[in-house]
Design a protein around this ligand. Structure first.
Ligand code: AMP
Length: 299
């Protein structure tokens, strides 16, 4: 089943202890769509400026991502700059230039409106709401957000959260949104507001899936190479949603496997800058790493 992804397509300037790259292809919807395309057909809705490099567009097309919803507006593409210290668990935002995102209102093409699965990647929560007004009864709506929007527009973020089936974000964001130190309490607050499940990622330490009656803890796979964590959250969401899009029912074990596929995609993404690692990825690599995750916690 098709997955509709709405979020940012960006030119990122990223600095990690392993190097600095300028104006590389990034964006929440970019990472999500690219990684999700290994599991399901993806329809991308976002905006770029006239300066968006044709080779970046071609990279997305090459993976079969449908770009009919990628609007080109006069002006400059969204840009984000971030840096990481040695532990690399959280990005320090250096700058955010909304550019063509200012005054942008997502228009969902008619044939995308009946997409079975919708992923609201990190963008202005007002835009996330506009997307939900245009889609018709998807099987599943999953969403993400970030510290910037929680800081600027907490009320609107809650409006979005109430409309989600599943919220995926990281531990710091969960604490910031709910004001709870305990992740269990934070998840309970969110589940009371609407979503049936909450996934809280803990960077290299894995992820927790909270449902009404149970908690699942996925490990972080110890990796030899971690070059750039940018996009890890979106790649996680991609493996998670992409796997769910292939399954008939959202049973507890299906959801748990989805968390592991999410962890698998994130683990590949951090091994290089931009989409460089995902560009070399083969389906067999995904299954191999899935088994590594399984072996890691089997005793
Ligand atoms: P992640 O590392 O998965 O949380 O997401 C990283 C991506 O989010 C980067 O490639 C950025 O371009 C993008 N990003 C950063 N800030 C924002 C923002 N305020 N709105 C939308 N996308 C953003």
């Amino acid at each position: 089943m098709n997955v509709l992804a709405v979020g940012s397509v960006a030119l990122d300037t990223v600095e990690t202890p392993f190097g600095r790259r300028e104006e590389i292809l990034g964006g929440s919807a970019t990472y999500f769509s690219y990684a999700c395309s290994f599991f399901a057909p993806v329809n991308l809705v976002a905006v770029v400026g006239e300066d968006f490099p044709p080779e970046y567009r071609a990279a997305l097309e090459k993976r079969g991502i449908d770009l009919a919803g990628l609007e080109v507006r006069p002006g400059r593409t969204f840009r984000w700059g971030g840096s990481y210290r040695y532990d690399m668990n959280e990005a320090e935002t250096e700058f955010t230039s909304l550019n063509v995102f200012e005054g942008y209102h997502p228009r969902i093409p008619a044939d995308y409106r009946r997409s079975g699965y919708v992923f609201l990647a990190n963008i202005d929560p007002h835009l996330q709401l506009e997307v939900l007004e245009q889609v018709r009864r998807p099987r599943l709506v999953v969403g993400d957000t970030m510290n910037l929007w929680i800081g600027l527009k907490k009320e609107v973020v809650w409006e979005v959260v109430k409309k989600l089936d599943i919220l995926i974000f990281n531990d710091a964001e969960a604490r910031q949104l709910t004001g709870e130190v305990s992740l269990k309490k934070a998840a309970e607050k969110i589940v009371r507001a609407g979503p049936e499940h909450v996934v809280i990622k803990k960077g290299e330490h894995g992820a927790l899936l909270f449902s009404q009656k149970e908690i699942f803890s996925a490990p972080g796979l110890p990796l030899e190479t971690v070059m750039d964590p940018t996009g890890a959250g979106d790649s996680f969401a991609a493996g998670f949603v992409g796997y769910l899009a292939k399954e008939e029912n959202l049973t507890s074990s299906v959801l748990r496997r989805a968390v592991i596929y999410g962890s698998v995609m994130a683990s590949f993404n951090v091994e290089d800058f931009s989409l460089n690692r995902l560009k070399k990825l083969k389906k067999g690599d995904i299954e191999k790493r899935y088994r590594e995750f399984k072996d890691l916690v089997s005793f």
